[in-house]
Design a protein around this ligand. Structure first.
Ligand code: AMP
Ligand code: MG
Length: 337
């Protein structure tokens, strides 16, 4: 393991985004190129996403190399998202990475996607040991490092928050991704329509909010007694209050002094304000991961690959099988022990 400027190529391929990030061992990102599959209608169909990634992976890698002004031969280490995610989609990233590792004769590291979201946040926000709220299209997790692992203090029992908002937005006739559009509409209303607030212990359920919000826009009263702005506002208020409650309780329990907000939904200003408020109440520093690195991206995979490689080396090729259901609290984190 030599310490001169070494470069890792990180490949993210868990869901809609096939992303390639080139980052060096000091944490400087040299390039980041995303190819995002947007379904024409409905949710993400794993087979269609797989086809998209299969058709585009080479172009995405070439663009990332070109942007970083390097050749594939300059890459010293390759990392990929090994878990969790959609099986057929994870397989594409794994296949490409295992192939490149063997052709180029460079070490390979498999990375847990959720841990990567936290690690890129620690790097970019220059913080050490945060309580993290990770909210995205596919995940809703409150996590902190304790007893050698990123423990999960709270999580969704059904839909991920981003998926719930996108699904509702789609039903309301808005294009994908719905999150930013719902945020814009919500800003135009102060009206609150009651929606199910479901926190069970430290876990959350969003399916009741989704169904009830959908009923509001299907009702005869829609556009008479209230409008879409009001439903969007109520949906955000309810879902974000639930997230804030669980995050605050985890913060009180763990007594962490830093709070990190990440994932695509971290772009939401209302959610940022609410999490910032409780952070201040607990004298904790609040950080939002820069949006370029908050959503799924290859740089976070590359950086987490570097952390593991510097700590205990790469994976043997026989250990690089994908693990679509692996939870972040199932694995130890050698670079933080
Ligand atoms: P990710 O899965 O991390 O790539 O993030 C994508 C998710 O973030 C989608 O569900 C988007 O609708 C959601 N999102 C992006 N911007 C916003 C926003 N301003 N408010 C709420 N959700 C958002
Ligand atoms: Mg993600």
């Amino acid at each position: 393991m030599c310490q001169i400027r070494e470069l890792v190529l990180g490949i993210e391929s868990t869901a809609h985004t096939f992303s390639v990030g080139i980052i060096d061992f000091e944490g400087k990102v040299h390039s980041l190129v995303n190819d995002i599959y947007i379904p024409e209608k409905g949710g993400l169909h794993p087979i269609l996403v797989r086809e998209n990634h299969l058709n585009n992976f080479m172009n995405t890698i070439i663009k990332a190399l070109t942007e970083a002004r390097i050749s594939i031969k300059d890459i010293n280490l390759i990392a990929f998202s090994q878990s969790p995610g959609l099986g057929p989609v994870l397989k594409i990233g794994a296949l490409v990475t295992r192939m490149l590792s063997q052709i180029l004769k460079i070490p390979i590291v498999g990375v847990n996607h959720c841990i990567a979201h936290i690690e890129i946040g620690r790097l970019m926000c220059n913080i050490k040991d945060p309580l993290t709220l990770y909210v995205s299209g596919g995940n809703t997790i409150v996590s902190a490092f304790e007893s050698s692992r990123y423990q999960i203090f709270g999580e969704t029992l059904d839909l991920a928050i981003g998926n719930m908002i996108d699904s509702f937005a789609r039903d309301a006739g808005l294009s994908h991704p719905g999150g930013p559009k719902i945020e814009e509409l919500a800003q135009k209303s102060n009206k609150y329509l009651p929606l199910p607030y479901v926190v069970k212990g430290m876990d959350l359920s969003f399916s009741g909010i989704y169904t009830a919000a959908k009923r509001f826009i299907e009702s005869e009263d829609f556009n008479k007694k209230y409008n879409l702005n009001d439903v969007a506002n109520s949906l955000q208020e309810t879902a974000f209050a639930m997230l804030t409650e669980v995050t605050e309780r985890a913060l009180a329990h763990t007594e962490k002094t830093e709070v990190l907000l990440t994932g695509g939904v971290a772009a939401n200003k209302k959610l940022q304000q609410m999490i910032e408020y409780i952070s201040k109440e607990h004298n904790a520093r609040f950080e939002v991961v820069p949006l370029k690195y908050a959503g799924d991206n290859g740089a976070m995979i590359g950086w987490t690959g570097i952390l593991r490689y510097n700590s205990i080396g790469g994976h043997d090729i026989s250990e690089t099988i994908i693990n679509p259901k692996e939870r972040m609290d199932q694995i130890t984190v050698p670079w933080r022990i």
